[in-house]
Design a protein around this ligand. Structure first.
Ligand SMILES: O=P(O)(O)OC[C@@H](O)[C@@H](O)c1c[nH]c2ccccc12
Length: 262
């Protein structure tokens, strides 16, 4: 693991230890049944969209601190997002699980809990807050732990976005027979992004039933066209949405991009 990721994971372990009391589970609230992200993407012929709410990040510092998550999520849905990703990590991304809770209660599309998940309690809390999906980053988990967390989420009826960055991650991810894979274009050693990561890993994924989301460094409609040409099914866009003067318009344009036929 890179130094940066190791630091984040260590801080997450600390956080979970020191917040044990607050993090205790509450009774499960009634949940609205929503169409899953995977189903939504399968039902359309154009590029799927996961639009992300991210106030700040370790690589960029402050991105946008002035807009409320529910306001932004409303714009994302208007623009045609098939799912909303909410960064809930407090320490590095200035997020909160309450952001997710507020958004999940308001929108009809599924909401992704974007965090560094290393313990089942985090999955339970995401579920209780109304998440329909969680992220598992293959790189930060041992094989057994990855399997345990994956099965735990699936049993709760959550979708899992399984994030990979290279061939080794892909091999491990495939051992779970996933429905949904995220290819992260960001090199976690030095924060740089390179869309060719999606292009090269796409060539190795031969199962047409797996929905592939390309993540990070996607800044424009042209970038999305490139991702669609590589054969990915969906994009995860954060910074470009958060900084855009009119995110609805950006997403509406992305929403018109045809996917590559199987
Ligand atoms: O803001 P961008 O470059 O559009 O990237 C969004 C998303 O892919 C990125 O936030 C991300 C991808 N994987 C992660 C894991 C943890 C935290 C953040 C991420």
């Amino acid at each position: 693991m890179s130094n940066y990721l190791t630091k984040i994971i260590e801080s997450k372990q600390e956080y979970l230890k020191s917040h044990q009391l607050e993090l205790r589970e509450k009774p499960k609230p009634a949940r609205k049944k929503k169409l899953s992200f995977t189903e939504r993407v399968r039902n359309k012929r154009t590029l799927g969209i996961l639009a992300e709410f991210k106030r700040s990040s370790p690589s960029l510092g402050v991105i946008n601190h002035s807009v409320a998550p529910t306001v932004m999520a409303g714009k994302y849905v208007t623009g045609g997002a098939d799912g909303i990703s909410i960064l809930t990590d407090e320490v590095y991304f200035n997020g909160h699980i309450r952001d997710l809770e507020a958004v999940a209660a308001e929108v009809e599309v599924p909401v992704l809990c974007k965090d560094f998940i290393i313990e089942p309690i985090q999955i339970n809390l995401a579920y209780q807050a109304g998440a329909g999906m969680i992220l598992l980053i293959v790189r930060v988990l041992e094989k057994d732990k990855l399997h345990t967390l994956y099965q735990h989420a699936i049993r709760l009826g959550l979708e899992v976005l399984l994030e990979i960055h290279d061939e080794k991650d892909l091999e491990l991810a495939m051992s779970l027979k996933p429905e949904l894979i995220g290819i992260n274009n960001r090199n976690l050693h030095e924060f740089s992004t390179d869309l060719s990561t999606t292009e090269s890993l796409m060539r190795l994924i031969t199962d047409p039933d797996i929905i592939i989301v390309s993540e990070s460094g996607i800044k424009s409609v042209e970038d999305c066209e490139r991702i669609a040409a590589a054969g990915a099914d969906a994009v995860l866009v954060g910074e470009a949405c958060m900084k855009h003067p009119n995110p609805e318009q950006l997403l509406a344009q992305i929403n018109r991009i045809e996917r590559r036929p199987l």
